[in-house]
Design a protein around this ligand. Structure first.
Ligand SMILES: [Zn+2]
Ligand SMILES: [Zn+2]
Length: 377
C-alpha cells in the first residue's frame, strides 16, 4: 500500500477524514474487503508468511474466520509466531487467547527450573560490583538523587537480548525504603526500558560510619558490603532476566513491603532461590583453589539444611556461601537463610520446587568437581 493511501486510511480510522469522496472510499473499501465473505470491517492480523503463501491471497484480504475455513482449523499460536510482536496481532482482541496460551506456557517453563546467569553475565557482575561499591561508598548523592553507573547486557529467559541500566540513588519512597536494591521494569512492552537501582543510604553503614567501625570492621569489614552488593545485583539481574518481572506480562499480586505477598510471589521465588543457586555455582568457580573435600562437604551440608536433616550450616558451607574473603561474620549467609525460610513459609509449593532444583544443582556440581579433581590428580 502506498504511503499516501496509508495516511488516508489512518485518517479515516481516526475520523479525521469524512471520506466524502466516494471515488476514494470505494477502492479503499475494496482493498480491505474479505475476498471470501465480503466483510470489510474485520480485525487485521498477520499469520506466518509460508502459511499465508499457501492459503492466503495476493491482495491480503481474508478475514480471520474465512482464513480459518481455508486452513480447515483455528489459527494457533504457532501460526502467528513469526509476527507475534506485530501490534496488529499483539493488540488484536480476537487473538488474545493465543497470547494468553503463549504466556501461560512461558510461565510454566519459567516456573520450572531456575534462571541461570550465563558466564558472560557473571563476568559483567564481577566488573560492575567494584564500580557500585565505589559509588555507594562515595559522597552521599542527596535525597531523591540518582547516578547512572553502567549497563549490563543480558539474555532474557524467553530469549530476548537486551540491557538493564544500573543506578545508585536515594529513593525515599516507603515502598523501597528498606530495600538494598530494586528492579523497575518501567514500560512492560519495551524490554530495553528497565533499570536496577541500589539504595545508597542503606549501604553507607557497610562502608563507613560508626556502625561500620563498631560492628563490621572486626568481622570482615567492607567485604560484607561487597558481598551484599554482589548478592543484590545477582537478585535484581534475575528479575531482569525473568519475563514475569520484565516486559512480557505481570499480573500476580505483588508487594515489596507485605512479607506474605512478597515471599509468595513467583518472581521473588525465582530471584531468591536463583540468587542462592547461582551463588553456590559461582562461589565454587571463584574458590576453585579451595580443598575439594571441603567443597563437597559444604554441598552436602547445604542440602541437609534445606532438607531439614540438620539445623545449621557448618563452617565449610558458610565459607562457600559467603566467599572465603569474609572470615567470621554470618551476616551474608544469614540473609540467605532468612530469605529461603520465608519462601518455605509463604510459598510451600515453591519450596518443593526449590528443593528439587537444589538437589539437581548440587548433584551436577559434585559431578563437575569430581571430574575436575580427577583430571588434576
Ligand atoms: Zn471473510
Ligand atoms: Zn526481588
Amino acid at each position: 500500500m502506498s504511503l499516501k493511501k496509508n495516511i488516508q486510511r489512518i485518517k479515516q480510522m481516526m475520523g479525521l477524514d469524512r471520506a466524502d469522496s466516494k471515488e476514494f472510499d470505494d477502492p479503499e473499501r475494496e482493498r480491505f474487503t474479505c475476498q471470501d465473505c465480503g466483510n470489510y470491517d474485520y480485525k487485521m492480523y498477520m499469520v506466518n508468511d509460508d502459511l499465508w503463501k499457501e492459503y492466503g491471497n495476493d491482495n491480503l484480504t481474508l478475514c480471520k474466520s474465512c482464513f480459518e475455513k481455508r486452513i480447515g482449523r483455528k489459527i494457533t499460536k504457532d501460526d502467528i509466531s513469526q509476527h507475534k510482536d506485530a501490534p496488529v496481532n499483539f493488540l488484536n482482541p480476537e487473538l488474545k487467547d493465543l497470547y494468553n496460551e503463549n504466556i501461560n506456557q512461558l510461565r510454566d517453563i519459567i516456573n520450572e527450573g531456575y534462571i541461570k546467569l550465563s558466564s558472560e553475565e557473571m563476568k559483567q557482575i564481577d566488573a560492575v560490583v567494584p564500580m557500585l561499591v565505589d559509588a555507594l561508598s562515595g559522597e552521599y548523592l542527596g535525597d531523591g538523587k540518582y547516578k547512572h553507573i553502567t549497563g549490563i547486557i543480558f539474555n532474557s529467559a524467553d530469549g530476548t537480548n537486551t540491557i538493564t541500566n544500573i543506578y545508585i540513588g536515594n529513593n525515599l519512597n516507603e515502598k523501597v525504603l528498606n530495600a538494598y536494591a530494586f528492579y523497575a521494569p518501567n514500560d512492560k512492552r519495551n524490554p530495553f526500558d528497565n533499570i536496577i537501582i541500589f539504595q545508597q543510604f542503606n549501604f553507607i553503614k557497610f562502608f563507613s560510619g560508626r556502625q561500620y567501625w563498631d560492628e563490621f570492621k572486626s568481622e570482615g569489614g567492607e567485604n560484607i558490603g561487597i558481598e551484599l552488593v554482589r548478592k543484590n545485583l545477582i537478585h535484581e539481574l534475575i528479575h531482569a532476566k525473568d519475563p514475569n518481572s520484565n516486559h512480557k506480562f505481570d499480573d500476580e499480586e505483588y508487594s515489596n513491603t507485605i512479607e506474605s505477598i512478597y515471599y509468595k510471589s513467583w518472581k521473588e521465588f525465582k530471584a531468591i532461590t536463583g540468587q542462592f543457586l547461582n551463588t553456590i555455582s559461582y562461589n565454587i568457580d571463584r574458590n576453585y583453589n579451595i580443598d575439594v573435600d571441603k567443597i563437597l562437604d559444604a554441598l552436602d551440608n547445604i542440602l541437609k539444611v534445606y532438607a531439614g536433616e540438620v539445623k545449621k550450616f557448618n563452617q565449610n558451607a558458610i565459607n562457600l556461601l559467603q566467599g572465603s574473603s569474609i572470615k567470621s561474620s554470618y551476616f551474608v549467609v544469614n540473609s540467605y537463610i532468612a530469605d529461603i525460610i520465608m519462601v518455605r513459609t509463604h510459598n510451600p509449593e515453591g519450596y518443593k520446587k526449590y528443593l528439587r532444583e537444589l538437589y539437581k544443582t548440587i548433584e551436577a556440581l559434585k559431578t563437575t568437581i569430581n571430574k575436575k579433581s580427577k583430571t588434576l590428580e
